[in-house]
Write a protein that binds this ligand. Structure first.
Ligand code: SF4
Ligand SMILES: [Zn+2]
Length: 120
């Protein structure tokens, strides 16, 4: 295990640690300069809102239950071209369906009730 020094309490800690085990200082991607480590907020897994989960391009072992991930890509913010290098058109359709599930369900229900109305 690679070690690092906590910037606050100066204890020797795991270089991959996201928080110092001694003083609980948050060490966001400590030892990985420039790579942001994304963390789940609340009880939701990161993968649930991740572009790479939606388009099925992620092969990380922690998927789909990642609470921390360096590759996480927020699906709601992946509108600009440089933010979604892997998304093809089918992935766009998939993510569109995911985002508009409620609306689609409503349309299906409306359509069904329309058919029922026609029969009587
Ligand atoms: S990149 Fe990370 S957050 Fe996204 S699906 Fe893979 S493991 Fe989950
Ligand atoms: Zn510390």
């Amino acid at each position: 295990m690679k070690t690092a020094i906590c910037p606050r309490c100066h204890q020797s800690i795991d270089a991959q640690a996201v928080a110092c085990p001694y003083c609980r200082t948050s060490l966001k991607a400590f030892g990985h300069p420039g790579i942001p480590l994304h963390r789940a907020v609340g009880s939701e897994y990161l993968c649930d809102s991740c572009t790479y989960h939606a388009d099925d391009t992620c092969n990380f072992p922690q998927r789909p239950y990642a609470l921390e991930c360096t590759l996480y890509q927020d699906i709601n913010q992946s509108h600009s071209a440089e933010q979604k290098p892997y998304t093809g058109s089918t992935a766009n359709i998939k993510s569109w369906i995911r985002r508009h599930q409620g609306l689609l369900m409503l349309l299906v229900i409306l359509f069904i009730s329309f058919l029922i109305a026609l029969r009587f």
